[in-house]
Design a protein around this ligand. Structure first.
Ligand SMILES: Nc1nc2c(ncn2[C@@H]2O[C@H](COP(=O)(O)OP(=O)(O)OP(=O)(O)O)[C@@H](O)[C@H]2O)c(=O)[nH]1
Ligand SMILES: [Mg+2]
Length: 1114
């Protein structure tokens, strides 16, 4: 039962200036959830005694069990502080509403981080003081930078420096400085990247202007750029292009303790401080102004004990003084540890403790003193002296922006990234920028994900647990507020030191521990259905229950006159205040808040935008958020009891909606498959399915791992199949000799393949644009439903499996988007221009030194990419007359208006190429890095006309595919394994064991580094996805929990072994015998995939032990 009544929070929602929307971000296990505990305790939801230990927001039993957050959860908190407008004014109480989202740090759930950060205005980024900057730290910092969230840095687990690493205050200071440098280097790298981009753009713009001016004047622009800028100063360069490139101020992005945007904390011991707080304490003692001292508390400044003056390092004159931060701050913190938990017996030093409590003017509750429990003593001293919640909440309130301020600076850029942004209604734009909460303002909300809540947990149905009746709880709340008010009345103005007593007050009046935290059990009642609630941020207007609002489909753009599919109108059935484990009903909510919205079920699949109007509505959900871990682990599911199939399918659909990172698809074979981000994620999904969404027993098959197939030109290859033609060349005669085609299959240069994989996004975009144009053209000519059968170049050819027969357009569209996310995870180039892409590709071809003549002019001859029209394989037109359209050429001309009589035949060949590249000859996996050259094509129209079109299509597809497959196998084939980049932190003792696990699983160590002074090594390795199952568990077990890996999909890598290798040379025959005793690993992978797919496995005996069976019979 929350002590701060929901009415109070609702009232605060209306005061936009006093709202803060923040998310807590960090690498896994750096203490996010423990830290939020301390904040939750200030609202009396849990007892301060349990804060940091209970991890309240980890409400799922499996989260508690594993100690890992798996879902982001939100909670609204009340915070009040006393402040004076001026030094002489009466202190006034200011009340704030803090909407806080705790996010998971594990890489499997990184999509939750993207969804959380879009809703917030500020971020609290945690870094473990010992582990320092880890992979996810960089990711979350990038999130804050890209999403333009204002960050606060918390260096957490400071206690580990004292108790684990046993550093002295001076050593700790050096360590902290290094750590801070690391974090700032990461921030600096983002800014640098952006600055270079800006610089380039600025130069391009100047060049463009000069050129156009040059053309106007009929003369060439001067080659001296500077000179020409000057000469055009009065002419073209007067608009938005500054003649001088202006560097952006970027000091704002760095973390600097002197600016109080760095907090030092220990969530487990419940303390935190900013240097500013210490400046407040010492300013009087040293006779300095607080603001002045603040500047000198961090950095190379030293306190002269005699004169009480702060010296810079220049004025030290050889004296050995300690930096101010060590002397005034760290030594005091260290002393508290020494006095409470230090000493030889770990029981502390009572006299020292007494001295400290006296000098700090704090009192420790007698029962704690009596208990003599060192940890309790420690917590009591810190709770009174440097309570965590005070430092954190004061910093949040002071440094992080209110929705008004944040939207004013964030919205313009965010809107600019949305599709068709020029067409956004000015009224909507203004309302969003101003966070206008007026009733008549247009409503815009962004739903970042759908959360599933069992019906019994909804406020209307909630069973009141515990012994408290509503009346009693209200009474308790009243008491507590009175207590808070009393404490605040005695608090000092600036909130910092004064806030101590607030927490102190709370610690004495908190509700007893037992009632606090009933761990939510999954409902046993089988008739308790799940409801999907949208997790949303309102950017403008006021949303009320009963209001009708449009849900914009994922591909919506305000530029379209008749959006397809049309936005759906839904009625808001309920609004909720998100309170961690519970929800509170609301009737309406103003702009600038985070809210739960009911009534969107079926209208939004994973994320979406709500708007009160369709015309000129912004689409906020289409901009690509950074997600670091695309779904890659694919598993087929089936119910234990076949009768439960319907239940399972229903459950899967619900799960897909409720989890941003899950993709569900039904294969043509009838298998139900889910794609998850990793093993842990899969485990959570299965648990959810079994216990909540499907409520039946479900079995998961073995994980289906993707592979790629390719070829190389190896030294010892077999003779070409047809030496007269040459390697990889096939001549096919089809349709009774009416069509003769010569094709050649070649491996692409490695650099080219790499480039194609990396910038697949560009091809994808070009293709999508082309399809959109095509659709528009067909729309116009009223042929929307006409069959596209005759044209091999349409999106319908994607050979994609249809998903569940859901006719909900919104759903199917985004399905398609995410379905191949595994391929997309490493792709870039979405924003690249076609010319840049072509130039880059040209360079990649030019880098190939061998066979330069062969690759020349390839780029302009590309007619198709494959598979799915966008993959890293090329179909090249090498015919003399250039019979095919160039892929890029078609951008300006209309692709499908070609009237050549060859066109239908060519599109069938293209289709055969698509089919071949989507399912290679080794084990029917997509190919990568293959060029198919169309060398010549001859037709005999007379014969062709005598065959029906249907028969032609079948034969051309079949024969071409077969010919391509054998041409492929003329080379030395390779199987490419999906790889994980794996980061592990491990101490020196367990390093050996970690290595042995990695190498046994065919992994490869890439680097190993040591973060001093911690004894931990950071190991980077590559590990085949196929070998990664159970890896995390094994590492954890073998290292006794000391090391845990983070796995991120890192693309495909060839296994340097021909799956069909058999000893051929005399030497090989001698070494391996005629059967090749060496295990062929590539063959093993190929066979396992073939077996899974039900394809013929060469050399596999159908009957194992025929003799034995016959013996048995007898
Ligand atoms: N020594 C020490 N341990 C801490 C501190 N804060 C948290 N921990 C411990 O670190 C572990 C992880 O804490 P969590 O709060 O679950 O971390 P998290 O960042 O929420 O983890 P995920 O949500 O799974 O990413 C727990 O065992 C905590 O007890 C701290 O200040 N000092
Ligand atoms: Mg957590």
């Amino acid at each position: 039962m929350p002590v701060v009544p929901p009415e109070k929070l609702v009232q605060l929602q209306q005061q936009g200036q006093n709202v803060r929307n923040i998310c807590i971000l960090a690498h896994v296990d750096h203490g996010k959830t423990s830290l939020t505990d301390a904040l939750i305790a200030t609202n009396g939801i849990i007892s301060p005694k349990l804060a940091g230990k209970i991890r309240y927001l980890d409400s799922r039993p499996d989260e508690q069990l594993r100690g890992i957050t798996m879902e982001s959860s939100a909670i609204s908190l009340f915070f009040s502080l006393l402040r004076r407008e001026s030094p002489t004014a009466e202190p006034q109480s200011k009340e704030y509403l803090i909407n806080l989202i705790d996010s998971p740090g594990h890489i499997d759930f990184s999509s939750e981080v993207s969804t959380a950060s879009r809703l917030c205005d500020g971020a609290v980024v945690l870094v473990d003081a010992v582990e320092g900057v880890c992979s996810q730290t960089v990711t979350v910092l990038r999130h804050t930078y890209v999403e333009k969230l204002k960050p606060l840095l918390v260096i957490n687990k400071m206690d580990r420096l004292i108790t684990e690493l046993k550093l002295s205050p001076s050593e700790a200071y050096t360590h902290l400085s290094k750590l801070l440098e690391q974090v700032n280097a990461v921030m600096g790298s983002f800014a640098l990247g952006e600055r270079m981009e800006d610089d380039l753009r600025w130069r391009e713009r100047i060049d463009e202007k000069l050129q156009s001016k040059g053309a106007e004047a009929g003369s060439n622009a001067s080659s001296d750029r500077k000179g020409s800028i000057a000469s055009h100063e009065n002419g073209v360069l007067t608009d938005d292009t500054p003649a001088q490139y202006e560097e952006k101020e970027d000091e704002d992005i760095y973390f600097e303790p002197e600016r109080n945007n760095v907090i030092f904390s220990s969530a487990i011991d419940g303390w935190a401080f900013t240097p500013g707080q210490f400046a407040g304490i010492y300013a009087k003692k040293l006779g300095m102004k607080r603001e002045v001292l603040e500047k000198f508390l961090w950095g190379d400044f030293y306190l002269d004990p005699k004169t009480k003056r702060v010296l810079s390092s220049k004025h030290l004159r050889g004296r050995h003084l300690k930096p101010t931060f060590v002397q005034l701050v760290l030594e005091n913190v260290w002393a508290v540890y020494e006095a409470t938990t230090g000493g030889s017996n770990g029981k502390g030093d009572p006299t020292m403790l007494e001295k400290i409590t006296k000098s700090l003017n704090i009192s420790i509750p007698p029962y704690v003193l009596r208990s003599r429990d060192p940890k309790a003593l420690l917590s009591a001293v810190f709770a009174a002296w440097l309570p965590l919640s005070t430092a954190l909440l004061v910093s949040v309130v002071e440094h992080l922006p209110s929705p008004h301020t944040a939207q004013a600076s964030r919205m313009p850029a965010l809107l600019k990234e949305s599709p068709g942004h020029e067409h956004i209604d000015a009224r909507v734009r203004e309302a969003m920028i101003a966070s206008n909460a007026a009733k008549e303002a247009p409503v815009v909300a962004y739903v970042s994900k759908m959360v599933s809540i069992p019906e019994s947990e909804l406020p209307a149905n909630k069973r009141r647990g515990g012994a408290l009746t509503a009346e009693e709880a209200r009474e308790l709340g009243r008491k507590k507020r009175a207590e808070i008010a009393r404490a605040q009345a005695s608090a000092s103005t600036n909130g910092d030191a004064g806030m101590e007593s607030v927490t102190d007050a709370l610690s004495t009046t908190a509700i007893s521990d037992e009632q606090d935290v009933p761990i939510r059990e999954f409902p046993e009642d089988p008739s308790d259905p799940e409801h999907l609630i949208g997790f949303a941020r309102l950017f403008s207007g006021t949303l009320s229950v009963g209001q009708e609002i449009y849900v914009l489909p994922p591909k919506f753009s305000p530029a379209q006159e008749h959006p397809h599919p049309p936005p759906r109108k839904v009625t808001i059935t309920a609004l909720y205040l998100l309170m961690g484990r519970s929800l509170e009903s609301l009737t309406s909510v103003p702009a600038g808040n985070i809210v739960g919205i009911a009534g969107l079920e079926g209208a939004i699949l994973k994320s979406g935008t709500l708007c009160s109007q369709v015309q000129g509505a912004p689409n906020l959900s289409s901009t690509t958020a950074i997600s670091t871990n695309a779904p890659i682990v694919r598993v087929a599911l089936e119910p234990t009891n076949p009768g439960d199939l319907d239940k399972m399918v229903r459950g899967l659909r619900l799960l897909e909606q409720a989890d941003p990172a899950v993709v569900y698809e039904q294969l043509e074979s009838g298998e139900h498959v889910i794609l998850t981000a990793g093993e842990l994620h899969l485990e959570r999904c299965l648990k959810d399915l079994r216990e909540r969404f499907a409520r039946c027993d479900i079995q998961a098959g073995e994980a289906i791992v993707p592979y790629r197939e390719s070829i190389v030109s190896a030294e010892e290859m077999r003779e070409p199949r047809d030496p007269a033609l040459g390697r990889g060349i096939a001549e096919i005669s089809m349709v009774g000799g009416g069509l003769k085609v010569k094709l050649r299959v070649l491996p692409l240069p490695a650099k080219v393949t790499e480039y194609l994989v990396k910038y697949q996004g560009c091809v994808k975009r070009v293709w999508a644009e082309r399809m959109a144009k095509e659709r528009e053209r067909r729309d116009k000519s009223g042929q929307l439903n006409a069959s596209s059968e005759s044209n091999g170049n349409t999106a319908d050819d994607d050979a994609e499996v249809s998903t569940h027969g859901d006719d909900d357009e919104a759903g199917t569209n985004s399905d398609r988007d995410v379905k191949h996310a595994a391929d997309d995870s490493i792709e870039g180039g979405q924003t690249m221009s076609v010319d840049d892409f072509k130039n880059g590709l040209l360079e990649a071809f030019e880098e190939e030194k061998a066979d330069k003549a062969l690759w020349k002019g390839f780029v302009s001859k590309i007619t198709a990419f494959g598979p799915r029209q966008v993959g890293p394989n090329l179909l090249i037109d090498k015919t003399e007359d250039r019979v095919c359209d160039s892929f890029f050429h078609n951008q300006s001309n209309d692709a499908t208006t070609s009237t050549s009589p060859l066109h239908p035949l060519l599109s069938k060949l293209t289709h055969a190429f698509q089919l071949f590249t989507s399912s290679g000859p080794l084990c029917a996996e997509p190919t990568q890095g293959i060029a198919v050259l169309l060398e010549s094509i001859t037709t005999d129209q007379a014969i062709l006309c005598s065959h029906s079109a249907g028969a032609q299509t079948g034969e051309i597809l079949r024969s071409t595919r077969t010919a391509l497959k054998s041409a492929f196998l003329d080379w030395s084939p390779r199987i490419l394994l999906a790889m994980y980049a794996c980061e592990i932190q491990a101490s020196a003792e367990v390093l050996g064991r970690v290595y042995s696990v990695i190498t046994r699983r065919r992994g490869r160590i890439i680097s190993e580094s040591l973060l001093e002074p911690s004894p931990n090594f950071t190991i980077l390795a590559l590990l085949p996805v196929a070998e990664s199952f159970g890896f995390a568990d094994e590492i954890r077990k073998r290292s006794a929990g000391a090391a845990s890996p983070q796995l991120v999909f890192a693309g495909f890598e060839a296994l340097e072994e021909d799956p069909f290798w058999v000893p051929r040379t005399e030497e090989e025959l001698e070494d391996f015998g005629s059967l090749g005793d060496k295990e062929n690993v590539a063959r093993r992978y190929v066979d396992s995939v073939r077996e899974r797919k039900g394809l013929v496995v060469q050399g596999k005996r159908v009957v194992g032990d025929a003799e034995k069976q016959s013996t048995l019979k007898r």
